[in-house]
Structures are given as structure tokens and as C-alpha cells.
Design a protein around this ligand. Structure first.
Ligand SMILES: Nc1ncnc2c1ncn2[C@@H]1O[C@H](COP(=O)(O)OP(=O)(O)OP(=O)(O)O)[C@@H](O)[C@H]1O
Ligand SMILES: O=P(O)(O)OC[C@H]1O[C@H](OP(=O)(O)OP(=O)(O)O)[C@H](O)[C@@H]1O
Ligand SMILES: [Mg+2]
Length: 286
């Protein structure tokens, strides 16, 4: 029988869409009809299990799934020792302590002896004990932001992204205890055949992630400015320089990190660059 990897992906929620998009961008084709809990790729040896995100670290640890895509917050909360294979750069959020907005806050000692509602008792417990704070942790599985308003707790520790859920519930964020993003995790004892497939998958994921952070840049410059511009443009190796039909001018092509691009654009113009084009890269293999 052909070896296949089993990957656990969130069935529906904040991770599912981006997880499946990443797999598709890796050129892996599959059908996942509504309500399906299992699917198989048609052009790559991988099978999908669609699960609640909380169960993903456990399934990977037990070997029911070989791989999983999960938030780092859930991984650290639930797993006993799975290692992160790859940070995936989506579903970025933070786990924060929050209190009613009218309360005065002067530091973490605010929580001494207080009651805090959370779905992350382990992460919160570890954080508070490192800070030397004794508090009562009240575990609830969802709608945590409602807890202070109904007298269930004096503070909360939950996921924050835009902060609008806190705001709508009359709360303010007072301390960030953990920063999270989606991560790929894999079972520690995989046989060599599975490891081989995993490496192929990671190779594709790298190509997709690299392409997202980088742009292809093309510009024109007078020949006497080319050296200076090459000094400003970082590249995978060095820029490609091609002669233009117009005498004395060249076209330079390179790859630039998107963040660096905005920093360097002024310098490129000052150095004499013209007709600058920045285009997305579909895949990038380093
Ligand atoms: N507002 C947000 N912005 C960005 N990422 C988020 C946000 N909320 C949650 N996440 C990330 O996505 C993960 C899944 O969030 P979601 O709200 O879908 O979980 P859930 O309701 O527990 O889902 P499930 O039904 O699978 O148990 C979180 O563990 C976190 O890593
Ligand atoms: O800071 P914000 O941008 O408001 O995001 C934070 C909220 O997002 C998540 O819930 P989600 O909307 O996924 O709903 P859920 O309670 O069903 O998980 C999380 O549990 C917070 O409640
Ligand atoms: Mg969950």
C-alpha cells in the first residue's frame, strides 16, 4: 500500500480557510465537501482529517495524525512536547489579560487573589506563577469575554486580535502573556517513508511562504548609475542587468523583501532608478 501522510486541519473556524489555502497553494488538489470529516488529495500522498482545533495536538501526539496545523496557543496549552515544524504566518493573535475598563490597573499584582476566567489554564497558570501571582483560574471553554459582566470572574485571559470583542464587552487589555500564529506540527516518530513525504511538503510550503514575503522588482537606470543601484538592491544573488534598446540605459531585475522595498524606494529613486515595477512572485525556491 502506498504510504500517505495524515494531516489534521481545523474543521471550521479561524484557522481552516487559511490552512486549506496554503495546502492548495502548494499545488495539492482535493475535494472537501461541506460536512466531510476526511478527504484525500488526488495528486499528493496526503489525507486530511477535519477536527476541532483543541484535539489536533493530541491526535498528532498519539500518532492518529502525522501532522497538524494549529494555533501555537492551543499547541502550548494542550501538547506535552510536540515540536513546531514551521511557523505559517497566519492567524496571528495574542493571549492577553483583560479587566473591566473602569478599573485602575497598576501592574500584574492587580490579579493577586483575583478570579480569572480563561480557556487557557496552563498558559495562564505558568505565566502567573513566573510572576509570583496567586490567582484563582476559572476554566471555561468559550465566550470568555462575557465572564466579568455576569459576575463569573474579575478578569479574563483570552485571545485578542483587533480588540473589538474586548471593547464590545467593556473590557481593556492590560497584559499580553503569549503571541501566537498558526504552526505546522508533526509526530516525533515518523517512519522514513513518511518523513520523505513531509520533507517534500515542507519544501513546497517554504516556496509558498518565501514568495509571499518577497516581490520581483524591475527598474531602468542609466548605465553610470547601475553600480550604485546594485548596492541598494539586495537580491537572491545579484541583480540581473540587461541592456535597454535605448543606448546608455539598462534594466535591473531583482527580488526584494516587501518590508525592505518601502525603505529602499527613496534611495533607488535618488540614485536614478526610473520606471520601477514591483510584481508578486508565485513561488520562490531559494
Ligand atoms: N480573532 C482572531 N484573529 C486571529 N487569529 C485568531 C483569532 N481568534 C482565534 N485565532 C487563532 O485561531 C485559532 C482557532 O480559533 P477559533 O476561534 O476558530 O477556535 P475554536 O472556536 O476553538 O474552534 P474549534 O471549533 O475548532 O474548537 C485560535 O486558537 C487562535 O490561534
Ligand atoms: O480581538 P478580536 O479581533 O475581537 O478577536 C478576538 C476574538 O476572536 C476569537 O473569537 P471568534 O471570533 O473566533 O469566535 P469564537 O468565540 O466562536 O471562537 C477569540 O476567541 C476572541 O473572542
Ligand atoms: Mg477550539
Amino acid at each position: 500500500m502506498m504510504t500517505k501522510l495524515k494531516i489534521a486541519v481545523q474543521k471550521s473556524g479561524r484557522l481552516s480557510e487559511e490552512s486549506l489555502r496554503l495546502i492548495k497553494e502548494c499545488g495539492i488538489k482535493f475535494n472537501n465537501g461541506k460536512g466531510t470529516l476526511k478527504a484525500e488529495a488526488s495528486n499528493f500522498p496526503i489525507e486530511f482529517l477535519f477536527l476541532r482545533d483543541d484535539d489536533i495536538p493530541g491526535y498528532v501526539e498519539d500518532g492518529v495524525a502525522d501532522l497538524g496545523i494549529v494555533g501555537e496557543n492551543v499547541l502550548v496549552e494542550k501538547s506535552k512536547g510536540l515540536e513546531i515544524n514551521k511557523r505559517l504566518g497566519f492567524s496571528k493573535c495574542r493571549l492577553s489579560l483583560a479587566i473591566p475598563k473602569g478599573e485602575k490597573y497598576e501592574g500584574i499584582s492587580y490579579f493577586e487573589g483575583k478570579n480569572i476566567a480563561t480557556s487557557y489554564p496552563k498558559l495562564l497558570g505558568d505565566y502567573l506563577s513566573k510572576q509570583g501571582i496567586n490567582a484563582d483560574i476559572h476554566e471555561i471553554s468559550g465566550s470568555v469575554e462575557i465572564a466579568p459582566g455576569i459576575g463569573l470572574a474579575e478578569g479574563i485571559c483570552d485571545i485578542v486580535s483587533s480588540g473589538s470583542t474586548l471593547f464590545m464587552n467593556g473590557l481593556k487589555e492590560v497584559d499580553v502573556i503569549f503571541n501566537s500564529e498558526a504552526v505546522l506540527v508533526s509526530s516525533p516518530d515518523m517512519d522514513p517513508a513518511k518523513k520523505d513525504i513531509l520533507n517534500k511538503l515542507i519544501f513546497r510550503i517554504d516556496a509558498v511562504l518565501n514568495s509571499k514575503n518577497n516581490k520581483y522588482i524591475l527598474l531602468n537606470a542609466p548605465n553610470d548609475k547601475v553600480e550604485e543601484i546594485i548596492g541598494i538592491l539586495p537580491g537572491m544573488r545579484s541583480p540581473t542587468v540587461l541592456p535597454l534598446a535605448q543606448e546608455g540605459w539598462s534594466s535591473l531585475h531583482s527580488v526584494i523583501n516587501e518590508d525592505e522595498f518601502w525603505e529602499r524606494i527613496e534611495k533607488l529613486k535618488e540614485a536614478g532608478a526610473e520606471g520601477i515595477l514591483v510584481v508578486p512572485i508565485e513561488k520562490m525556491i531559494k
